[in-house]
Design a protein around this ligand. Sequence first.
Ligand code: MG
Length: 373
Amino acid sequence: MHDISLVLLAAGSSSRFAASVKKQWLRIEEKPLWQFVADRFENFNLFNQILITASTEEIPYMQYHGEYTLIEGGNSRQESLLNALQHIQSEYVLVSDVARPCIDEATLKRLLEQKKNYDVVVPYLPVSDTVIYDKQTIDRTKVKLIQTPQLSKTSTLKKALNTKTEYTDESSAIVAAGGKRGFVKGSKSAHKLTFKEDIAQLPCIRPPANVTLSGSGFDVHEFDVTKSYLWLCGEKIECGYGFKAHSDGDVAIHALIDALLGACGMGDIGELFPDTDETYAGIDSKKLLQEVLGRVRSFGFELVNIDLTIIAQQPKIAPYKEQFRKRLANICNLPPHRVNIKATTTEKLGFIGRKEGVGVMANTNLKYYDWMK
Ligand code: MG
């Protein structure tokens, strides 16, 4: 084992590959991209430590994907890297972007061979096309396309990045601080995944697993006779009573949120929106649902269908079924036939039968967003 740590930068919140999905959460078979890359580096057996920088909101969910050292990222690439460097004692550090998933072992070995000769070693690609810079044709043999990962002396990199100037790579910071930069031959497999057309140049990646993930949710709310209306499936019903609740009490949306969180393995509604938090006092549950849908999509999932069972002795649900279906289909961006509303009573048994409240069961299915199609 070499005296080298790896920092994998996965904190980029703006790196959205598709309209709604964060790049680091695109699936390669069952693995999110960040995990696929971390595992790949681990298999090279070259690092004594692997640190992954991630945004604060993603860290709890990332922890369910395996044993990794996750470091809270900062507001920029440089800040995230500095946060990670604080945890590194090894003499050298390799920094890689999660968006270069197919980096090959041969390039890594070329970097390692030169580590004692420079403060930073970078892979590059030569240019075979004619290069024109501002109307001037320049000597292409002097042009280098710089890639990552780059291998730096940890102490030199820490000092070089401790500045307000923002650098786009480690070697620029080290050179600006007076350090020595070495070059080794790069690789086409270090190609960066930014757009769909990049997929063809990344031989190691595979489509997401074709699996369906199902989730279920259940919620009950008690009636409040001092209120004159209630919310159900995002619709206002003027029935002469409402629900007791910290939020607007939309029991159907709450059950649906739990089903969605269940399918992704993201816990439950109480963890996400605690009823002790004043932010959520009287909140419109449609807003909570929209926030959860945004999260579900940004973490690489796509909704397949929703099925709700509303258990109520009162109010009568049948007259509202189509209205509910349309409203939920609209919020969830699903065609109406993928949203089903069922209504039942408890034959006057129990608290629901005594007209004390309403219960809702929700089921949903998700699949991984197919980013390669
Ligand atoms: Mg509730």
